[in-house]
Design a binder for this molecule. Sequence first.
Ligand SMILES: C[S@@+](CC[C@H](N)C(=O)[O-])C[C@H]1O[C@@H](n2cnc3c(N)ncnc32)[C@H](O)[C@@H]1O
Length: 320
Amino acid sequence: MHTLYRAARVFADEGFGGLIRRAVRRPFRRKRADPGAFAREAIETQVAAARIEYQRQTDAFDARCRELGLTGLDDHYWYHSVDLGDGLITPGDYDYRAQVHSFGFPADLGGKRVLDVGSATGFFAFEFERRGAEVVSVELPSLDRWDMLAAEREDIVREIAAAHNAPSPVAGYDRHLDGPFLFCHARLRSKVKRCYSSVYDLTLAKLGGEKFDLVYAGDLLMHLFSPLKALDVLSGLCRGALMTTIELPFSGGPTDQPLMSFRGLLNGTEGRTWWMLNRASVEHLLRRMGFTTVGVAGRYSGIVRQAWVPYWREVIRGTP
Ligand SMILES: C[S@@+](CC[C@H](N)C(=O)[O-])C[C@H]1O[C@@H](n2cnc3c(N)ncnc32)[C@H](O)[C@@H]1O
């Protein structure tokens, strides 16, 4: 845990570059051990801790559901860990609860309108509401609306439905996306409004007619055929900050130039990730959309549960 804590602190304070610098420096202190050993050791420790914590969360969730008489949730997919109160926490593939302070969101969102786009189980929408905002959560109306190649669409939707033992694409959508959100929404007695739409089709009329003080599109751009089109739509809905995320480290070339690297070579259900954008590209896109102050608002990292791979992200913010 000590190694994990140290690595997390280095990442929070100095970013991914800091982690790499330590990884390179450390071997000399360790009698020329394998270069990169520190980073690998930190990740292995983190994965081991994440496995234990995920199992604990899953067992605790199942037990609490039994105690509360909650049924019909076995095939639900929990993208996020959401604390629903009453000892009930969904066992998500992403548990951002301990890290949400690192994203750069305002602590007080009282009186603000916030749009959470590509909301999944809704962790961020509920968090914004907890901070006082009036929130609209946007999610697709069906699984076949993801940006997928036409030739692969049917197979991917069938695979996702099968993964949740769902007899149809509609039931698959309910278990993978909408049911988990609605369950959390009901348990939290949330007033978050849900808008079923692709980001490309959002309009002010669909969203209550008033612009948003904060628009958040977390881990969305990489899954879209057209990140530029999406940012164009979102900037038109925004009167304050637009925040989005990028993956680190950027593997597609020099990081001081605005680059998007094609990542769509994977297939199967993984074949829904299209781009890796670097920081400069998102900053340039936001400037082009009219945001005058752009930069890194936060950083976070962790392990994707069930896939058991690490992730590193930066949150990029544009303000007028
Ligand atoms: C990788 S998840 C990110 C979830 C959440 N925003 C977060 O940061 O943890 C991407 C989400 O965006 C949704 N999504 C994908 N394409 C979309 C689109 N065209 N319009 C709106 N949402 C979309 C997916 O269904 C999924 O829930």
